[in-house]
Unconditional design. Structure first.
Lengths: 117, 116
């Protein structure tokens, strides 16, 4: 059981380049999400998904695209990288939480450190 | 809508001293509250969480937190700091997403330094 895995660990891009950050989980979790972490700003939600084929925007979605074709994978695409996207990106997953009768732990991947020049 | 405020971006305590990390929240629904810890170059790990029931919650590594509704607080404490506690700590509150499931909002984090 590998948990949540992310690739690559480090990436340097030039402005305008595109790339995909990969995220996979082997826990059969329905809920997956992407955060970015910047100094002094904590973690901010970019996009999330509640199951295959269902995604929604978080608080900072601009410049990022997601899709969810399988339960296991939730890639994050940068269409045209900008220096403002230099950050550490974390993927997380948890069992689907429905209503307020229960809650669940989010499991985080190790992160991808992205630098855009 | 929900938000979290963590007072103090950096906290230093001596080894063996009390650790107190402050968190205040706002939420339009009864809150679920969390503390996560991040060690250098790692992802986040859940320390403890409050959903319903007992307001004093015990977590891993000797940490605990108390939910105080009247003060809208969820402060994290540990009676005696260890060098291994040096890390960044995040408070988070859950809200309801457009799909009706839980969604976390994080505070800006508190970096804890332990002085030998």
């Amino acid at each position: 059981n590998a948990g949540v895995t992310q690739t690559p660990k480090f990436q340097v891009l030039k402005t305008g380049q595109s790339m995909t950050l990969q995220c996979a989980q082997d826990m059969n979790h329905e809920y997956m999400s992407w955060y970015r972490q910047d100094p002094g700003m904590g973690l901010r939600l970019i996009h999330y998904s509640v199951g295959a084929g269902i995604t929604d925007q978080g608080e900072v979605p601009n410049g990022y695209n997601v899709s969810r074709s399988t339960t296991e994978d939730f890639p994050l695409r940068l269409l045209s990288a900008a220096p403002s996207q230099t950050s550490v990106y974390f993927c997380a997953s948890s069992y689907r939480m429905t209503g307020r009768s229960s809650t669940d732990t989010q499991y985080f991947g190790p992160g991808t450190r992205l630098t855009v020049l | 809508a929900q938000s979290v405020t963590q007072l103090g971006s950096h906290v230093s305590v001596s080894e063996g001293a009390l650790v107190l990390l402050r968190c205040n929240y706002s939420s339009s629904v009864p809150p679920y509250l969390f503390w996560y810890v991040q060690y250098p170059n790692q992802g986040l790990q859940l320390l403890l969480k409050y959903t319903t029931g007992a307001t004093l919650v015990k977590g891993i590594n000797g940490f605990e937190a108390e939910f105080k509704k009247s003060e809208t607080s969820f402060h994290l404490t540990k009676p005696s700091a260890h060098m291994s506690d040096a890390a960044e700590y995040f408070c988070a509150v859950s809200g309801i997403s457009n799909f009706g499931n839980e969604k976390l909002t994080f505070g800006t984090g508190t970096r804890l330094t332990i002085i030998p």
